[in-house]
Every structure is written in structure tokens, then in C-alpha cells.
Ligand binder design. Structure first.
Ligand code: SF4
Length: 131
């Protein structure tokens, strides 16, 4: 049985696997891997430690270059939705990731109903520069 957050992980992985939502631009024929992590709770400071650890391990194990790594912020961190307003620490988190020399993309799964509500003005529209 899956816990609620595991189900969310599945839905995001599904979007990634099928290259939909914010993953649209990744080619299907490339061997691209996928890893999820949480912010660790407000204010998201743990992101720096978690990514530093990930970078150390991936460098040691397979010399993964930083240019090959992209950090996606989940849609509920990035945009207004039924979850609520975007994360109030979004800019802080983005700076932490960029300090490590990694690229940030806003969004993961893009829910159709939520997108319709953004069009109707129920939720704030997604910033076109944020993807
Ligand atoms: S509000 Fe932002 S920093 Fe706080 S727990 Fe949610 S995603 Fe993490």
C-alpha cells in the first residue's frame, strides 16, 4: 500500500516518464534518470545539504557532471493550485540550488483542471518565464 506522498511521487514520475507537463522538452530517446526529494520542512534549508550529499555521491560513483542535472520544483511549490499559494520560500530555495551550480525549472506535473482554473482567474496564472 502506498502512502499519500508516495502516490504523488508516482504521478510525477508518470509525467516524467511520458514527458508531459514541465517535462515536455526532455527527449524520449535519452536515458534520463529521475530522483525525488523533499524540502525537509520550512524553510527548506535541508535542500542544500541533501543536494550537496547527492552531488558528492554522484560525482564519486559515476562522475556525473553538474550540467547534466536539473532540479525541478514541484508544481505546488512553484504555482498556485488547490494545495494553496506557492511556497513562500521559493526564491530562497532557488538561490540554494543555484549556489550549487544547478539549473532550476519550475513545475513537474501540470494538472489539466488546475490549469483551467488558472485560465479562469481562480488561481494565479503560471509565469511563462518560470519554465
Ligand atoms: S512551504 Fe515551502 S519550505 Fe515550507 S514545507 Fe512547504 S515547500 Fe517546504
Amino acid at each position: 500500500m502506498m502512502k499519500n506522498n508516495q502516490m504523488i511521487d508516482y504521478i510525477i514520475e508518470y509525467s516524467f516518464h511520458n514527458r508531459i507537463g514541465a517535462f515536455l522538452d526532455y527527449p524520449h530517446d535519452k536515458n534520463i534518470r529521475f530522483l525525488t526529494m523533499t524540502c525537509g520542512g520550512c524553510c527548506g534549508r535541508a535542500v542544500h545539504r541533501k543536494l550537496t550529499n547527492f552531488l558528492r555521491q554522484s560525482r564519486r560513483k559515476e562522475k556525473l557532471p553538474k550540467e547534466n542535472i536539473v532540479v525541478h520544483f514541484s508544481s505546488c511549490i512553484s504555482f498556485e493550485s488547490f494545495h494553496g499559494t506557492p511556497c513562500p520560500f521559493k526564491d530562497y530555495l532557488e538561490n540554494l540550488v543555484k549556489k550549487l551550480g544547478l539549473k532550476v525549472v519550475h513545475g513537474t506535473r501540470i494538472n489539466k483542471l488546475t490549469e483551467e482554473r488558472r485560465e479562469k482567474g481562480i488561481y494565479e496564472k503560471r509565469d511563462s518565464n518560470s519554465n
